[in-house]
Design a protein around this ligand. Structure first.
Ligand SMILES: [Zn+2]
Length: 971
């Protein structure tokens, strides 16, 4: 048995002591770089299976390209800024609001964030190291370091110079707890189904008599899923061409309501539950211009408000076909309010609480995290008490939440700084063409569609721990200076600058041309910072200018599918902005994406198909899995699964165990067999022409084919396709090559024995190289132990084996395939007839279109234990087994049973091939007696015995139902 945990730790120690990782880079020429970008994880938790999938891909690909002769530097990174770490620190320090943080002091708060960032670093190092991933974690980049931040500023200033940055007031999603706007791609990450209370409110028309000529009271019905927005209502929108009805409702007693209601014709049956009577029918255009009584009194003096207007976004798909408009809480609302010249009303603060003028609900949160609809219930009660409620209903709908703190978001009009991504759209789409996506459907699908619909990127956050926006504003608010480097800031301020965080740079005020400039308060979205990692990690362009430009863009990156709207996207936007146009910022011949090849992985779910959850305890601890089956087995399991093709997988420990036994341990057994017989060094090259035995020719051809297949898939970044043939090859090697070559190794034919040994040594040595990127531990274990000619310090310093396709002998592959099929059919025929394989039979006929060579025929005869193989010409592959057992065949079969039994005793006693024995036997059975006498010579040879004598024996056994006493004594 291969002891995975123990062996892998030994290999790790060996790698560390011999600095194998460092050498694998240094041995390759500097002018042949293969650039890989490592996406920085947030340093706020421990690695989970998602990170392990990422790490497997990020280790396998660089190992492969290293063996192909490239210099693949691998630098680890940490994402240190942003809401994830801020939220943790807030919890630790019991700071509940932004005000609490300000009172605590931004400097102190940032210090606490900085101190918390490295909390998990040591544990990450241990896990990543044990997993066998080669990456430089000592010299890792951190987004909070001044050099990194300076590059981020530089990128930002270059976008500023291209007029790609602007400040805008837009309806955006904000997190009321974090009190900051979020970008559209952050919002898409947090949609969840929740139950909300919807309400249909009654808006009383004031001038129904004058304008419509009606006597009764008329109420317009408007429906909303966000009752808390109703106090901010200023307009009602109808569709110009939508048909509306004026109705009475009729109660159970058949009485008409005293008031009348207005609702779209297509919606009336959904809104009115009981009977009703139609009195009028008008199109929306007739209703425009009506005035209504404010639903709530708080903003009753708002200019130009409380009118019915037409808008083209009104439909009859839901609600009443009438839309209540609160301009501070939605795009359509905002633009309509602006168009209609309505004074701006925002009745809720950025903290998600009603403002003081909303006296009845003062200080209440509009969408509390603990109970989403608590406030909505209060609003509905108020409406009911004031005669303004028509109906209410519960609804389950998809609602966005903060991706960090899980608070329900609010659609809220606020000002923010934006990147004009819409202006880059064409370049973004063109550059996407230059990237190889795996799986390829993401290129046009998930990512391509996202690019088709790009929106300007809200890039500022009203927070504390992040790279500050490097914008200084004059006191009169008219002029801005965007700073692109530390040096520039030092020149402007005349001070030495050693840190770029908010608490430091906010104090830096300077004068220029008679105006005083102060920094604007916002910090950057942390996704901007991770998107700037190609430049930040090298402190480009302040350092490493040539090296960076020679290696841009990256050849390879890999992350999870969610990053199509995260890191993949931000990398892509920034690279495109920096390389586009006639005079690109980074001098390149053409506009470029940030990466040439990208592998997108899916999500690792628990075995039951649910999310992995600590609470449910529905998955095994990765470190325990590593200990039990080894990193190689886990890596193989993940790489051969659909998770490397952006599909989700259900993780099963059983699956890892299966890989362990069917791949790892099976190969280990082959290797142990080889070690038992090998007498000479393994060769790293073999001349196929010299091979005589068909089994040797076959396995070498198989190996060549394996190399061709693995190479091709690896060049296409298709990991599952690359790794799966390895398992098949190991099965072929063990279950056919070794199985049929066992006797050759025990060897009467010295030359054939030598050839078998040489072939197997060559195969294992070469296989160790092919396996190296995928199963780096076992590969090196075999490579180092086999001691081939010209062995290096590690298999990972080797070159990738090269093969010409012409070396693949298709005919051998085909014929052997047929031989194996026939042997399967033959074994099935034996089993149907109830005859054990050890019982020799006379003959087998096979029908096939071509006759096999004598060599293949004898291979078949041995495998099927028949005396002769006959060929019948025909098209359909089939076999016919002669199942007659003559006296002679029966004796022969019995003889083999005796051999097997004695050898089992030898094995139980722990005897080796060097130990000779004396065998004694006693049996009453005549037939069995004759076996010991007639086959004495053959028996002696097969059980390595000097003598076989009739005498008692200490072991009483049964052979084919016949009792016999056996003695086996070492001599
Ligand atoms: Zn939040």
């Amino acid at each position: 048995m291969y002891e995975a945990g123990k062996n892998e730790k030994e290999v790790l120690k060996y790698w560390d002591e011999h600095k194998c990782f460092e050498k694998s880079i240094e041995n390759r020429p500097e002018n042949k770089p293969y650039v890989f970008y490592d996406g920085p994880p947030f340093a706020t938790g421990l690695p989970h299976y998602g990170h392990i999938v990422g790490s497997t891909m990020k280790d396998t690909i660089p190992r492969f390209w290293t063996m192909r002769g490239f210099r693949v530097e691998r630098k680890w990174g940490w994402d240190c800024h942003g809401l994830p770490i801020e939220n943790l620190v807030e919890k630790d320090l019991d700071l509940k609001t932004k005000k609490d943080i300000e009172d605590y002091g931004i400097h102190n708060f940032n210090d606490a964030c900085r101190a918390n960032v490295s909390n998990f670093a040591e544990e990450w190092k241990n896990i990543i190291h044990r997993f066998g991933r080669w990456v430089d974690m000592e010299d890792s980049y951190r987004t909070m370091d001044i050099n990194y931040m300076e590059s981020v500023w530089w990128v930002f200033s270059k976008l500023w110079n291209q007029n790609l940055i602007y400040e805008g007031r837009k309806p955006m999603h904000i997190c009321p707890r974090c009190e900051t706007p979020l970008s559209n791609f952050e919002v898409t990450q947090g949609y969840k189904d929740i139950t909300d209370l919807t309400v249909t409110a009654k808006f009383k028309v004031l001038d129904a008599k004058e304008k419509l000529g009606i006597e009764e009271d008329l109420y317009i019905l408007a429906w909303t899923t966000t009752p808390w927005t109703l106090p901010g209502n200023v307009l009602i929108a109808v569709g110009k061409d939508i048909d509306y009805l004026r109705i009475y409702t009729i109660n159970e007693n058949g009485e008409k309501s005293s008031e009348t209601y207005l609702v779209a014709k297509d919606r009336v049956d959904y809104i009115v539950k009981g009977a009703y009577k139609i009195v009028d029918e008008w199109t929306g255009s007739k209703l425009a211009g009506l005035n209504y009584e404010p639903l709530f009194p708080y903003y009753k003096n708002t200019e130009n408000a409380f009118r019915v207007v037409v808008a083209d976004f009104v439909t009859t798909e839901d609600g009443t076909g009438v839309v209540h408009i609160a301009p501070a809480f939605g795009s359509d609302d905002y633009y309509l309010g602006e168009k209609e010249g309505v004074e701006f009303v925002q009745h809720v603060g950025m903290d998600g609480k009603f403002k003081p003028e909303v006296v009845d609900f003062l200080g209440q949160e509009v969408k509390p995290k603990a109970d989403h609809s608590k406030t909505d219930v209060e609003i509905v009660k108020w409406l009911a008490q004031n005669g303004k409620l028509f109906s209410k209903e519960k609804v389950v709908h998809s609602y966005p939440h903060c991706w960090r703190c899980d608070t329900p978001l609010l659609n809220y009009l606020t000002s923010s700084w934006f990147i004009r991504v819409t202006e880059l759209k064409e370049d973004l789409i063109l550059n996407n063409e230059k990237t190889n996506w795996v799986p390829d459907h993401i290129k046009e699908g998930r990512f391509g569609k996202w690019l088709e619909n790009v929106k300007d990127w809200a890039v500022s956050r009203n927070r504390f721990w992040g790279a500050p926006l490097p914008i200084w504003k004059s006191e009169d608010g008219l002029d801005f200076i965007c700073v692109g480097s530390v040096e520039e800031l030092e020149e402007l301020t005349g001070q030495t600058v050693e840190d770029l965080h908010k608490d430091t740079v906010d104090k830096l005020v300077f004068e220029k041309d008679g105006k005083t400039y102060t920094r604007i308060p916002e910090v950057l979205d942390c996704w901007f910072e991770s998107g700037a990692m190609p430049y930040g990690q090298m402190h480009y362009p302040f350092e490493n200018k040539e090296k960076f430009e020679a290696g841009f863009p990256a050849e390879f990156i890999a992350e999870g599918q969610d990053q199509t709207r995260g890191w993949f996207y931000t990398l892509h936007v920034l690279a495109t902005a920096l390389t586009r146009g006639e005079n690109p910022v980074i001098s390149t011949d053409e506009s470029l994406p940030a990466f040439r090849n990208v592998i997108v992985n899916g999500i690792v779910l628990a075995e039951d198909g649910k999310k992995m959850s600590k609470r449910l305890n529905n998955y095994p601890d990765p470190m325990i899995v590593l200990e039990k089956y080894g990193s190689d087995a886990l890596r193989y399991y993940l790489l051969s699964s659909p998770v490397v093709h952006a599909e989700n997988m259900n993780f099963s420990e059983k699956g890892v165990r299966e890989v362990y036994s069917k791949v790892i341990n099976m190969l280990w057994n082959v290797f142990s067999f080889y070690e038992m017989f090998a007498e000479e060094k393994a060769v790293s090259k073999i001349n196929t022409v010299e091979l005589e035995n068909v089994l040797d020719k076959w396995i070498v051809t198989k190996l060549n084919k394996l190399i061709v297949d693995v190479t091709k898939s690896m060049e296409e970044y298709k990991l599952a396709e690359a790794i799966r043939p390895i398992q098949d090859f190991i099965a072929d090697l063990s279950q056919w090559y070794i199985r049929r070559s066992r006797d050759r190794f025990k060897g009467e034919l010295e030359k054939d024995k030598k050839q078998a040994e040489k072939t197997l040594g060559y195969v294992l040595l070469t296989l160790s190289k092919v396996m190296a990127p995928f199963m780096p531990f076992l590969a090196d274990k075999i490579y180092l132990q086999i001691k081939g000619d010209g062995t290096l310090e590690s298999v990972h310093l080797e070159d990738w084996p090269e093969v010409n396709e012409v070396d693949i002998d298709e005919e051998i592959l085909e014929n052997m395939e047929l031989v194996r099929k026939i042997s399967e059919l033959g074994l099935a025929a034996r089993s149907n007839a109830g005859i054990k394989v050890r019982q020799p039979l006379q003959s087998l006929n096979y029908t096939n279109s071509v006759k096999f060579s004598d060599e293949l025929n004898s291979l078949l005869a041995e495998e099927l234990n028949v005396k002769s193989i006959e060929f019948v010409k025909g098209t359909e592959l089939k076999v016919e087994l002669n199942t007659e057992i003559t006296e002679e065949l029966k004796k022969e079969g019995l003889m083999r049973e005796v051999v097997r039994t004695i050898n089992q005793i030898r094995k139980d006693r722990g005897l080796t091939r060097e130990d000779r024995v004396e065998v004694t036997y006693h049996t009453e059975d005549y037939l069995l007696q004759s076996i010991f006498l007639d086959f004495a010579d053959e028996l002696k040879k097969s059980v390595l015995a000097d003598e076989i004598v009739e005498d008692g024996g200490e072991e009483s056994v049964e052979i084919d139902g016949i009792r016999v006493d056996l003695g086996v004594r070492k001599v």
